[in-house]
Design a protein around this ligand. Structure first.
Ligand SMILES: Cc1ncc(COP(=O)(O)O)c(C=O)c1O
Length: 384
């Protein structure tokens, strides 16, 4: 990080070092146990983690895998998604949501997002399905994303998916631990994917991911696909084409320790989000959690007038405060996806958000004095 212009100490965007001060010894001991038993691939920690993750969210199965991207692609592979199929995705998301669709030769069809939640807009989802049909594609699935830690409108999405006979793969890469009307994510749709990328609310020490499902057959297929499509009874008979998509035992050992304090960390993130919301609501658009939802605040993202964002970024940088723009370009504007179809009427909200959003430091170890420095700097910059 570049030094701030004044003498203020730089603030981390996500403070993994603070978490290590709390948990480092336990994690190092867990890693040492793995180096002792040497079962680096699908060792006992992987099975233990899968049981704990399933228990945590109430899903029947948790199948761990190598990343949040693999989690998505494995489900689409299991469902035989391929050329001629359409999968509806929001445009305002990380590229992996649509990438996995294109990777399998299917067509991502983009839908717009809701202005208040940044999550897929059910009306636009219906228009995207209609668009896919008009183009002669077969709509097979929707991948809602629970963006920045906040659940999408799962009741509305489920009703549309049932009416249209498409399945739901919930992309909860940023939102494992959040709830929708009392139910944890991981239990909506056919399957849910998540990511354990280090900066995620529940992150490991490298890449990792998991899939949640209540479907026994799907879970068995995923277990086969993540190891080259191997036969459960005879590992030298590969019965389908798969990939090397396993979660390392080392990462499972890290996650088992982190999962123990995850509820406490979610509480701390919510306290920080509430402080931001109370302090910044008069100078910027602040996120509001809809009734019946809880968020894990993967990002704390505010909205400012488009013309003021660059100056805000620069002013905060001068004060040693990092920011991030998630996302400066919606997927339908990105080179790899600009030829993909999208819902009739365009995606105006995705376009607008890309101009207005800015994410502030957010993590479970954001102490009040540090947060006050951030709040004060944002208020000063936006009152100019
Ligand atoms: C919404 C979303 N989907 C998928 C992914 C992919 O996860 P991974 O980086 O673990 O492959 C991410 C990661 O940032 C994400 O934010």
């Amino acid at each position: 990080m570049t030094e701030p212009a004044n003498d203020a100490k730089p603030i981390p965007f996500v403070d993994l070092a603070a978490q290590r001060r709390r948990l480092g010894a336990a994690i190092d001991a867990a890693l040492a146990r793995v180096t002792e038993h040497c079962q680096f691939i699908l060792g006992p920690e992987v099975r233990a983690l899968e049981a704990e993750l399933a228990r945590f969210c109430g899903a029947r199965h948790a199948v761990s895998c190598a990343s949040g991207t693999d989690a998505l692609v494995l489900v689409l592979m299991a469902k035989g998604i391929g050329p001629g199929d359409a999968v509806i995705c929001p445009s305002f998301t990380f590229c992996a949501t649509a990438e996995v669709v294109a990777l399998l030769g299917a067509t991502p069809v983009f839908a717009d997002v809701d202005e208040a939640t940044f999550n897929i807009d059910p009306g636009s989802l219906e228009r995207a399905i209609a668009k896919a049909r008009r183009l002669g594609l077969k709509p097979k699935a929707v991948i809602p994303v629970d963006l920045f830690g906040l659940p999408a409108d799962h009741d509305a999405i489920a009703a549309i998916a049932a009416a249209e006979s498409i399945f739901i793969l919930d992309d909860a890469a940023q939102s494992f631990g959040a709830t929708y009307h009392g139910r944890p994510l991981g239990t909506f749709g056919l399957a849910t994917s998540t990511s354990f990328f280090p900066a995620k609310p529940l992150g490991c020490y490298g890449d990792g991911g998991a899939i949640f499902t209540d479907d026994d057959d799907l879970a068995a297929l995923l277990v086969s696909l993540r190891v080259h499509g191997q036969n459960a009874a005879d590992k030298y008979d590969n019965v389908r084409v798969g990939l090397t998509g396993r979660l390392d035992t080392m990462q499972a050992a890290v996650l088992l320790e982190k999962l123990k304090i995850f509820p406490d960390e979610i509480g701390a993130r919510n306290a920080a989000a509430e402080r931001y919301g109370n302090a910044l609501g008069n100078v910027a658009g602040v996120p509001r959690v809809p009734e019946g939802h809880t968020s894990v605040w993967a990002q704390y993202t505010i909205r400012v007038e488009p013309g003021r964002r660059a100056a805000l970024v620069a002013a905060l940088k001068d004060d040693g405060i990092p920011t991030a723009i998630y996302y400066p370009k919606p997927l339908h504007r990105q080179t790899a996806y600009e030829r993909c179809p999208y819902a009739e009427g365009g995606l105006p909200v995705s376009d607008r958000l890309a101009e207005e959003v800015i994410s502030l430091p957010m993590h479970a170890y954001l102490d009040e004095p540090t947060q006050d420095r951030i709040i004060d700097a944002v208020q000063r910059a936006l009152s100019r």
